[in-house]
Design a protein around this ligand. Sequence first.
Ligand code: MN
Length: 322
Amino acid sequence: MTDEENLQKLNELNEKMKRGRIITHSDFDGLFSALLMCEVTGLSPDDVVVMEPWEVRKGEFKFWASDFVVDLPRPDMPVKFWADHHTGDSLDNMECNDFAYDSHAPSAARVIFKKFVKDFPQIAKYERDLEWADKIDTASYSLEEYKNPGVHSQISLTLRSLDKEWDKDYFRTLLKAILDKGVEETSKNMFVQAKFQYKQRMVKRYRESIQPYLRREDGVLIVDTREAENYLPKGNSIHLFSEFTDARAAVIISKNKFEDITLVHVGENPFFKDKNKVHIGNLMRTFGGGGHKGVGGCEIGSDVDAEEVFQKIVRVLKKNEK
Ligand SMILES: [Mn+2]
């Protein structure tokens, strides 16, 4: 690169740093949080960075003071704006940030909407979509709605594939489309529909492939794939409860052999929430993870006895006390 090109790159970066970025989570709530922030800040989907909560907690990502961070844990440095609703973040030393935090809000998008709708009435049109951001983030839909997903759930299902980098491009493309023509039209897109159909086939395959690793202890479903030889499709506890409607909660434990990390995902039965009394997010926090009342997870490093942690989690869920 010539000096002139270098200088141009630097100037571009400088401009970008002045404007800031929208840093968001890769799920449906993250999508809508970013959408609202695009409307409020005037930033474009190209300024959106998609991340996972654990990437923020790791502390390796370099935030800018000009960033808007949404539906993610609080960054370890002051940013321009932060909004979230997950339990587990401390609000100490917040003087330097503008922020919106409500651990009881059903979605981060809801937190953002509440904060800005008065000053930015153009976001009022997303009211109905937000109800779905709430529903999807808290898994508050009915068994019927799960079996026959509407447009919002369809889009939500398409957000994650096995290719993370590609997912990020897709996320920004979706943002552009929704800003342009709304959820309904976007969901009809041939490409979105193809992804949705594919995902549904994957869910079916997930259910089939975990059968040998699935057991039931009292009202708790356990999927333990730590010893699985073959690659298994990724799935989520919600896909189990449509079959086992009378189970209270599910624990999915797997191992990332490359990084020597044990992953635990816990979810309550979303179709019968009142059955499970345990606050799963709080339970996960005691093991360095996090989440909400009804869903959470943690990563166990090789320095900790994963089996012991796993047994503890199962014991608490079986006891089923508040
Ligand atoms: Mn969220």
